[in-house]
Write a protein that binds this ligand. Structure first.
Ligand SMILES: NC(=O)c1ccc[n+]([C@@H]2O[C@H](COP(=O)([O-])OP(=O)(O)OC[C@H]3O[C@@H](n4cnc5c(N)ncnc54)[C@H](OP(=O)(O)O)[C@@H]3O)[C@@H](O)[C@H]2O)c1
Length: 312
C-alpha cells in the first residue's frame, strides 16, 4: 500500500483554504444535495474556482435560491439547478438522460440520517436507497460522461458513522432483522466507502478515481430526525465535548479537497477526514476508517448486489 496522503490542512481548514490556487475553469461539476448544509458550501467553493456547477436537488425552489446566492457571492454565472430524487429510479434516469457532455467532478453529497423506518415503493430501506443506491445509479448512469472528462473524480460523502455497521449483505433492507436507525445509516455510509473502492478499481482505465470522506460534525438539516439530547449523548459517548461542531465551510473543506487537490491526482479508493487520509480505526474510538469499509471483496460484492437491485 502506498503511503497515506497528508496535506497542510486540518479540521479547522475551510473551503477557502483548500480551494486557494485551484483553477477549475472549463470543469463541469455536479453536487447532489447542493441546496442545503455542506452541499451549499461545496458548490460555492467549486464555483469560486471557476467551475460550472449543477446543483442536483429534489427541492428545486431551494436549489434556485442557493444558485442565486452562489452566483451573487462568486460572480460565476455557470451555476445551474436540476431536479434529482435519489430515492426514485425514474428521476435518476431523467437526470442522466438530460446530462450532455463530459463530467469532471461528481460530488455524491446528499443524504438522510437516522430516519425512522421508511421504504421506497420497491421496499428498499430508505437510507440505503438514498445514500447508496441512488448515488450508485447516478454514477453508473453518468459513467460515460465521467470517462469523457479524462481524469474525472467522484467524491463519496460518507461519515464516521460507517463505524457503526458494515454492509449486512444477508439483510440489507431490514426485512428480517429489527430496524435500528443508526445501524441503517452506518450501513449506508459504509456502502459509500465501498463504492469508492470498487469504482476506482473498475474505472481505472477510464482515468476515473473515487474517494470517500467524513466531513466532521456540522449542524445542518441532517439532524432533523435526531433530538438535541440524543445528539449530545452520542457526542459525549464518542469522547468529544459536545461543542466542537464545524462550520459548514469547515465541514465542506474535505469534500472540496478530495474533489480538487493536486495532491490526490490518480489517487482512488481511500477515505479521508479533517482534510487528510484517515488512519485505520482503533476499536472503541470514533476516528479512522473501518477495515470492512475498504475490503475489496465486500466492495465487489456490493457493486454486484447494487447492479442486481437496480435492474430488478
Ligand atoms: N452534518 C454532519 O454532521 C455530517 C456528518 C457526517 C456525514 N455527513 C454527510 O454529509 C452529507 C451532507 O449532509 P448535510 O449535513 O449537509 O445535510 P443536509 O443539510 O440535510 O443536506 C443533505 C441534502 O441531501 C438531500 N437529500 C436527501 N434525500 C434526498 C433524495 N432522496 N434525493 C435528493 N436529495 C436528497 C437533502 O434535500 P432536502 O433539503 O430536499 O431534504 C439535502 O439537500 C450527507 O451525505 C451526510 O451523511 C454529515
Amino acid at each position: 500500500m502506498s503511503s497515506p496522503i497528508s496535506t497542510p490542512f486540518s479540521a479547522e481548514s475551510t473551503t477557502a483554504d483548500v480551494i486557494a490556487g485551484v483553477d477549475l475553469t472549463g470543469r463541469r461539476t455536479i453536487v447532489t444535495g447542493g441546496a442545503s448544509g455542506i452541499g451549499v458550501e461545496t458548490a460555492r467553493a467549486l464555483a469560486s474556482a471557476g467551475a460550472e456547477v449543477t446543483l442536483a436537488v429534489r427541492n428545486t425552489a431551494a436549489g434556485d435560491e442557493t444558485a442565486e446566492d452562489i452566483i451573487a457571492t462568486t460572480g460565476n454565472k455557470q451555476v445551474y439547478v436540476a431536479p434529482l430524487d435519489l430515492a426514485d429510479r425514474t428521476s435518476i434516469a431523467a437526470f442522466v438522460a438530460a446530462w450532455d457532455g463530459p463530467l469532471h467532478i461528481l460530488i455524491n453529497n446528499a443524504g438522510i440520517m437516522a430516519s425512522p423506518l421508511m421504504r421506497t415503493p420497491e421496499r428498499w430501506e430508505m437510507q440505503f436507497a438514498t445514500n447508496h443506491l441512488g448515488h450508485f445509479g447516478l454514477a453508473t448512469g453518468l459513467h460515460r460522461a465521467l470517462a469523457a472528462a479524462g481524469g474525472a473524480r467522484i467524491v463519496s460523502v460518507s461519515s464516521s458513522a460507517h463505524l457503526r455497521s458494515p454492509v449486512v449483505f444477508e439483510d440489507i433492507h431490514f426485512l428480517e432483522r429489527d430496524y435500528e436507525p443508526w445501524a441503517a445509516y452506518g450501513q449506508s455510509k459504509t456502502a459509500n466507502v465501498l463504492f469508492a473502492v470498487e469504482a476506482s478499481k473498475r474505472w481505472a482505465a477510464d482515468g476515473i478515481t473515487a474517494n470517500a470522506l467524513h466531513p466532521g460534525g456540522i449542524r445542518t438539516n441532517l439532524q432533523r430526525y435526531v433530538s438535541d439530547q440524543e445528539l449530545d449523548r452520542m457526542r459525549r459517548a464518542a469522547g468529544s465535548s459536545g461543542v466542537n461542531w464545524k462550520t459548514p465551510e469547515q465541514g465542506a473543506a474535505t469534500s472540496v479537497l478530495v474533489a480538487t487537490s493536486p495532491l490526490l491526482d490518480g489517487v482512488g479508493g481511500r477515505y479521508f477526514e479533517d482534510c487528510n487520509e484517515a488512519a485505520p480505526n482503533q476499536p472503541g474510538t470514533p476516528r479512522g476508517v473501518a477495515p470492512y469499509a475498504l475490503d475489496p471483496v465486500a466492495a465487489q460484492r456490493l457493486w454486484d448486489v447494487s447492479v442486481e437491485t437496480l435492474a430488478a
